[in-house]
Design a protein. Structure first.
Length: 156
C-alpha cells in the first residue's frame, strides 16, 4: 500500500512550476508544511471550519479566502472565515492536512475531503475512506505515532 502514498513526482513538479509544498507563515514553525493544491489552496479548497460546525466537508469559495501558514484557505461563508482568523490552530487539520495514517507511518500523502474525523477537538484527514478505515482501527495509537513521526517527516 505504500506505493499509493509515495509522492515521487510532487517535488519535481513543484520545482518545475515554482510552487513550494512546504511554505509556512510566521504564525507557525517555519518547517510546518500545509497540504495544498499546486495553485496553493489548502486542503483541496474545503472549509476547515465546516467540519466542526456542520459535521461534514463543505467546499469553500475564493470569495472567502485567507492566507495562513503559506497557503490560501477557502471558506463557505464570511462567518467561517472570521472563526478561522480568530483561532486558526483550532480549525486547521493536524499534520498540515496531510494524511494522518501516512504520517503515522513516517511519510506524507494527499487527502480527500470525505475521509475525515474530529478527535478530541482536532481535525484529522486521510488519503481516502479505505485508509481511514485502517487508521480508525487504532486511532489513539495512530495519533501518538503520528505525533512522534511528524518532526521526522519534516526532516527534524
Amino acid at each position: 500500500m505504500r506505493k499509493l502514498f509515495a509522492p515521487v513526482f510532487a517535488p519535481f513538479l513543484a520545482a518545475l512550476i515554482g510552487v513550494s509544498l512546504f511554505a509556512a507563515a510566521p504564525s507557525q514553525a517555519a518547517e510546518d508544511p500545509v497540504y495544498q493544491t499546486f495553485l496553493g489552496t489548502a486542503i483541496n479548497g474545503y472549509d476547515p471550519v465546516a467540519y466542526f460546525t456542520e459535521g461534514k466537508p463543505v467546499e469553500g469559495s475564493s470569495d472567502h479566502a485567507y492566507e495562513w501558514n503559506g497557503a490560501d484557505w477557502h471558506f463557505a461563508s464570511a462567518g467561517n472565515l472570521e472563526k478561522f482568523k480568530a483561532d486558526p490552530e483550532k480549525y486547521a487539520p493536524q499534520y498540515g492536512g496531510y494524511c494522518a495514517y501516512a504520517v503515522s507511518e513516517g511519510y506524507t500523502a494527499k487527502t480527500e475531503p470525505d475521509a475525515w474525523k474530529i478527535v478530541d477537538g482536532k481535525l484529522y484527514l486521510n488519503y481516502n475512506k479505505e485508509v481511514q478505515d485502517l487508521w480508525s482501527q487504532d486511532i489513539p495509537g495512530r495519533i501518538a505515532n503520528a505525533d512522534k513521526q511528524w518532526p521526522k517527516v519534516l526532516g527534524n
